[in-house]
Design a protein around this ligand. Structure first.
Ligand code: NAD
Length: 280
């Protein structure tokens, strides 16, 4: 087993992307409660500032899809000991129905946001021979769900990226771990019927992230047993798996939007048009 140089959270600097709300906010709060200096980066600066003030941390603007923005965020954070790549979006809908911009943004944020963060933070960690990257993937990085094809694609990619880079950098004292939450009650999952996927709290994910600093485990599913179920499902013959999937109605992410879901979609669409203008 690889041994990594220990990180004492009491004098660690921790950067959390997408930490203005939801899982990222809970992760930021958990690190701050353990004495770490926490720096939150988010598109939503106002909310990020409020989150940072509540936990005694700092907030900076960040668009994870833009390497220049990410570089400025990390420069403001200082020497980062732990980077939590958490920012993400989840537009749902049939593969052919999903707006092309929504699909592209899913890959840009969920995958390239993680790539940019790692490319920018790893060199400093490697030079110091110490560091830990936590990529917030998803159970959807192991288990395909109709209606979430592009989200699945982004999260399967993050799981693969994490596993390969983990092997590359283990010898240099730097660990890369993936945390795979099942369903969590946040804006991202709002108005979506995720049954029978078990619901967990943002604090459960935060505990898993904090635990990974000591354990440096490769993949941490929350709750643990869903990781085993995902592995089991990959080994199950397709007709059997499909029968189970039909029984639990695995096509709920294809259902028409509830009012709450429509709100999440409208907010995302607003961000996509902002990005298009920004790039033009
Ligand atoms: N909620 C769930 O059910 C669930 C399950 C598994 C995995 N996850 C993953 O957890 C992570 C956090 O999700 P959440 O549920 O807390 O979502 P959320 O919508 O509550 O929060 C996401 C945060 O990311 C920020 N963000 C979005 N695009 C950004 C960008 N380009 N640059 C910087 N920040 C950006 C948003 O402003 C927001 O503060 C995501 O990667 C998501 O895929 C969530």
């Amino acid at each position: 087993m690889t041994r990594y140089p220990a990180i004492d959270l009491r004098d660690a600097t921790v950067a959390v992307t997408g930490g203005a709300q939801g899982i990222g906010r809970a992760v930021a709060a958990a690190f701050a409660a353990r004495g770490a200096q926490v720096v939150i980066g988010d598109l939503d600066l106002e909310r990020a500032r409020a989150a940072a003030t509540a936990i005694g941390g700092a907030a900076h603007p960040l668009d994870v899809t833009d390497p220049v923005s990410f570089q400025a965020f990390l420069a403001a954070a200082g020497e980062v000991d732990v980077l939590v790549n958490n920012a993400g979006i989840m537009p749902n809908g049939g593969f052919l129905d999903l707006d092309e911009r929504a699909g592209r943004a899913t890959i840009e944020i969920n995958l390239f946001g993680v790539v940019h963060g790692m490319r920018l933070a790893l060199p400093g960690m490697l030079a110091r021979g110490r560091g830990h990257v936590v990529n917030i993937a998803s159970l959807a990085g192991k288990f395909p769900v109709p209606g979430l094809a592009m989200y699945n694609a982004s999260k399967f990619a993050v799981v693969g990226l994490t596993a390969a880079t983990r092997r590359e950098y283990a010898r240099h004292g730097v660990s890369v771990s993936a945390v795979l939450p099942s369903a969590v009650d946040t804006a991202l999952a709002s108005g979506l019927d995720m049954k029978p996927i078990p619901k967990v709290a943002t604090e459960d994910i935060a505990r898993a992230v904090i635990g990974s600093v000591a354990s440096r485990r490769a993949e941490i599913a929350v709750p643990r047993y869903v990781g085993a179920l995902a592995t089991l499902s990959a080994l199950t013959p397709e007709p059997v798996l499909n029968a189970v999937r039909r029984l639990v109605r695995d096509d709920r992410a294809l259902l028409p939007d509830s009012a709450e879901r429509a709100g999440y979609r409208a907010r995302l669409n607003g961000n996509f048009s902002g990005q298009t203008e920004h790039q033009a």
